[in-house]
Each structure stands twice: as structure tokens, then as C-alpha cells.
Write a protein that binds this ligand. Structure first.
Ligand code: GLN
Length: 471
């Protein structure tokens, strides 16, 4: 048996029956990483020693009989989430030598359960991108076709799970960064409702949209991880204790909305077929299917790419060459240290966003850009609110196409931004969404996106679990 084939649940059963130890499971994953990651580049750092000491602790817990489903389970964490004592680079040169001095709340929660942290995964620089090509440390290859991207920005977290280099991982989603790579790599990825998971210890991209979420081999594992990481945290004022109702929810009692604006020009025909097939399967299982309209979809990309760079320009101001990371100390004046450190430390995409965002927020342009975008954001949110008055969930694609070729969009920021067309509206509205493997086009996975109302992850997960078996 290859231990890296096991899901969280199966590995947990294995521990219960004493079939193998946490150390053996950790070693199996570390070996897999050594064998395959040189090529994939999913990890930016592997913490072999501390993973083995986590496993030793887990074995003690298991021996005592007092252990949980995540005890001894090896995971990978996106390199934008802090793990005390380990490097956290956000895949940027500016943080190349930065070591985290505290744990993110989600890290703390995983440690409390006794999870084994294998290392930190590659991402687009400061989580800005849709292909992980914006990493300062090399692109992540898609395990299904190494000439293609793994998606982004949590491309490392997705590829690690898909290539069995981790049993599960954590990613973060600002405009699609969990769901898109999950779709491209054929795994399950959940972007939780804004506020349901603490952002404390997540390097900020756009604070009014960023959320951390699980990336797993199947839906059951996703539920397990989500239940551990969610909840109110006094260190993140936007976090709340979600009242997730555990009432039974089934496809046969569900009303599913299909947004007509999402099935328009630009959607790959094969992807469309796969999504329509998933919708048909839900209908056969008793769901009521209804066409809905999200009329402001056409403004989502423009709105997102004003608000997100605006917030990013402010968030990235803290990387000044003084407080954190890379600093060019050869300069004579403070101003020159700022210019040089930021100029050399940041890559192209963060620079682009700092400029766009600063412009949108500047006196004279604020009303025309930032304020206008906030008004449009309200309209996008209203579209979803209206839709959820008569439906439980929305079914749609995650992306218009399967994983694209490495380099195909790298030189054209606008075509890269358009990849987010089906995922960024959800974020503007603060809603939860999941990517569920639904089929493949010529060996490339395609995800179905299941969007729910605020804090209704339970409905999303219940339906996804039911559908998982028939897709
Ligand atoms: N592609 C989107 C962007 O670049 C989403 C990134 C994300 O969710 N972190 O902003």
C-alpha cells in the first residue's frame, strides 16, 4: 500500500487500527516530495526535521488514544500563511529571507490537532495571479500535464495534493486562488464565506476579500479541515462564529440556480459540456434547476481589479525595506532605501497593482475609480442576494477553460485577469464557493463551482459529497 494514496479519513482509520504510525506516514510523504517535487516546484521549503518531530508528537497522542481526525495527518501550507520558525516568502524576493515569528491562527489550530506540517507551498507573488507564474521562485507545473500551469495563486498547494506530496493543504482565495488551482489540478478546494476563517497571520493581499481555505483529495476531507480552521478569532475583527446548521440537506430537496451570464462566449465547449452534465446529474437526483440572472457579471473583473489593487497598494506599503525583508543598505538616504528596496524586491505584478491602486485611491481619481467600484460591488452583491431568495446553491464553471500552457498568458495581464471571470464576483459578495472535480478534457481536470449563500458551507459540502460519487 502507498500511504500517500490515503485520504485524511482513511489515514485516521489506519492510525486507529495501528496499521502504521504517523512517522511512517510523514516519511512516505517526504519521500514522495523528494521524488517528484524537483520537477513540479510545488514546495518553496520543506521542513523535514520539524515534520518528523510533529509526527513523533502525534504518535504519542495516538498511543494515548486521545486524538482527532487531523492528528498525524501531513499537510502543506501556502507560503503566505505564517508558521513560526519557518520561512514565509509570499514567493517574493522582498521576503526571501523572512522567517515567521509567530503562527497564523489556522496554523495554531492545525498544530493543536497534531497535524504534521511538511512545508510551505509556492504561490504567485503576494498571491497576485492565476497561474503561479508570478512566483519569484519559479512556476508550479500541473501534475496532469507538466507543460501547463497548476493555476494560481495557490498553485503549489493544489499541485502538492494532486501529486500526493501532501494529504491536504491550505490555500488562500482573494479572487479565485483556491478554486481555480483546485479545478486545474483535479482536487477539492473550498473558499469559505468571508469572515468564517481567521486571516490572522495571512500576508494580506486585499483584506476585504482574502480568505484561507482547505484544499483536499475529497469532500469529506474538506469538511474535516474546514471544521477545524473556522471560527471567531479575537485577533481578526472580521472573523465570526458561523452558525453552521447541521440540518440534513440533500440534492433531492435542493433548488439550484444556473446563471445565464456564465454560459456565454468564451466558455470552452468541452468545459460547458462537463458543467451541464453535472447539472443534469443533480437534476436526475431530484434537484430543481432554475435559470438565474446575475446581470452585473460583466462589471466584475473591472470592479475587482480596482478594489483589489487599491487594497493591495495600501497593504504592501509595510514592505519598505526597513521593517521587513529585503533592504538595500548601501543607499545614503532613507528615501533611497525605500526606492531601491521596493524597486528590487517587488516583482512586476505587485508593482503594477501598487501603481494601479495608488492611482485609483488618489485625490482626483478616487470618485471615478475606487468609489465607483465600491458602488458596483454593492450591485454585484445585490445580484447574488436576489438570486438566493429563490435558490439554495449556484452551479457554474470555475474557469472558462482547463489548465492553459505555461507562458500562454504570462505576458498579457488582461488575459490573465479574465481567468477570474467566474470566481471574483463570489468574492466581491463575500460568498463561499467550492471547486469539485467534475470531469476532464483530454486528461485535464475541470471543476464544477458550487456557490452558496453566506455561511451555508454545510449545504455546499453536503451536495458536493453527494455529487462526488456520480460525477
Ligand atoms: N487571480 C486573482 C488575482 O490575481 C486572484 C488571486 C487570489 O485569489 N489570490 O487577484
Amino acid at each position: 500500500m502507498d500511504l500517500t494514496d490515503l485520504t485524511i479519513k482513511q489515514a485516521h482509520q489506519g492510525f486507529k487500527k495501528k496499521e502504521f504510525s504517523a512517522r511512517e506516514l510523514a516519511l512516505a510523504y517526504l519521500k514522495k516530495i523528494k521524488q517528484t517535487d524537483k520537477d513540479l516546484n510545488a514546495y518553496l521549503s520543506v521542513a523535514e526535521e520539524s515534520a518528523l518531530s510533529d509526527a513523533e508528537l502525534a504518535d504519542k497522542k495516538i498511543a494515548s488514544g486521545n486524538f482527532s481526525e487531523l492528528t498525524g495527518i501531513p499537510c502543506a501550507i501556502k507560503d503566505a500563511i505564517l508558521v513560526e520558525g519557518q520561512k514565509c516568502t509570499a514567493a517574493s524576493k522582498i521576503l526571501k529571507n523572512y522567517t515567521a515569528v509567530y503562527d497564523a491562527t489556522v496554523t495554531k489550530k492545525l498544530k493543536k490537532e497534531g497535524s504534521v506540517i511538511l512545508g510551505k507551498t509556492n504561490t504567485d507573488e503576494f498571491t497576485m495571479g492565476a497561474s503561479t507564474e508570478n512566483s519569484a521562485f519559479g512556476v508550479v507545473k500541473n501534475p496532469h500535464d507538466k507543460t501547463r500551469v497548476a493555476g494560481g495563486s495557490s498553485g503549489g498547494s493544489a499541485a502538492a495534493v494532486a501529486a500526493k506530496e501532501a494529504c491536504f493543504s491550505l490555500g488562500s482565495d482573494t479572487g479565485g486562488s483556491i478554486r481555480l488551482p483546485a479545478s486545474f489540478c483535479g482536487i477539492v478546494g473550498l473558499n469559505p464565506t468571508y469572515g468564517s476563517v481567521s486571516r490572522y497571520g495571512l500576508i494580506a493581499h486585499a483584506s476585504s476579500l482574502d480568505q484561507i481555505g482547505p484544499m483536499t483529495k475529497n469532500v469529506e476531507d474538506c469538511k474535516i479541515v474546514f471544521n477545524v480552521i473556522k471560527g471567531k478569532d479575537k485577533k481578526d475583527a472580521t472573523s465570526v462564529e458561523s452558525e453552521i446548521q447541521n440540518s440534513k440537506f440533500e440534492i433531492r430537496n435542493s433548488r439550484i440556480g444556473v446563471p445565464k451570464e456564465y454560459f456565454a462566449e468564451g466558455l470552452d465547449k468541452e468545459v460547458e459540456k462537463i458543467i451541464k452534465n453535472a447539472i443534469k446529474k443533480a437534476e436526475q437526483a431530484g434537484a430543481e434547476i432554475e435559470e438565474i440572472s446575475l446581470p452585473n457579471t460583466k462589471y466584475c473583473i473591472a470592479c475587482y481589479y480596482i478594489i483589489v489593487p487599491s487594497e493591495a497598494s495600501s497593504n504592501l506599503a509595510r514592505f519598505d525595506g526597513i521593517k521587513y525583508g529585503y533592504s538595500d543598505q548601501s543607499q545614503k538616504t532613507l528615501m533611497q532605501v525605500y526606492y531601491k528596496s521596493r524597486g528590487e524586491g517587488f516583482g512586476l505584478e505587485p508593482k503594477r497593482r501598487i501603481m494601479l491602486g495608488t492611482h485609483s485611491l488618489s485625490f482626483g481619481y478616487y470618485d471615478a475609480y475606487y468609489k465607483k467600484a465600491q458602488e458596483v460591488r454593492k450591485l454585484v452583491k445585490q445580484d447574488f442576494t436576489k438570486a438566493f431568495e429563490k435558490i439554495d446553491l449556484i452551479f457554474c464553471p470555475v474557469a472558462p477553460f482547463p489548465a492553459f500552457k505555461i507562458g500562454e498568458k504570462a505576458d498579457n495581464p488582461l488575459s490573465m485577469y479574465l481567468v477570474d471571470i467566474y470566481t471574483c464576483g463570489v468574492k466581491l459578495a463575500g460568498l463561499p464557493g467550492l471547486s469539485l472535480p467534475a470531469g476532464n478534457v483530454g486528461g485535464l481536470p475541470v471543476g464544477l463551482q458550487i456557490i452558496g449563500n453566506h455561511f451555508e458551507e454545510n449545504k455546499i459540502l453536503a451536495i458536493a459529497q453527494e455529487l462526488e460519487n456520480v460525477l
